[in-house]
Design a protein. Sequence first.
Length: 180
Amino acid sequence: MRATHPTPHTDSCNVQARALRGGLRPSADSAVWRPLSAALLLLGSLGAAWAQSTPAGEWQTIDDHSGKAVSHVVVKEVGKTLQGSITRIIDPNKVNLKCEACEGPLRDAPFIGLTIIQGVGATATEPLTWEGGHILDPKSGRSYRVRLRLKDEGQTMEVRGYFGSPYFGRTQTWRRVPAP
């Protein structure tokens, strides 16, 4: 008996017949599907990264000692820098707090509406990092240099206030408030 080898014609007929019966499905190793899948995955991840690649948005500040939410701060782009203001105090007993330790025009200014972050710009050397401005601690009335760094795909932000060098300061982690 003579061995028969499939010809390109019989192979394509078999493929067409299997496709008509529903037995042919593109495999993950397919030369067509692999690049297409990679492109779709990349586009999806770029969209998520683009949406969370800036500190602009609403953030929940967290108390260093208790780990509980204290306030909400909205960070906005103003020109080429960032500015952040307190928009909400979580504890209803502290809603009417004023910046008693602040000096000058900020003295006795209500916490709600108080601009606490100013003049922060993107760094050219570190991705997802902004610095160069100042942050106000409304409890002490002191102003510190500040560095903002996005973490966890933009869902948390390290806020480091410091004197002189970032080595001499304190870091808080703020959580992004989901959009309604």
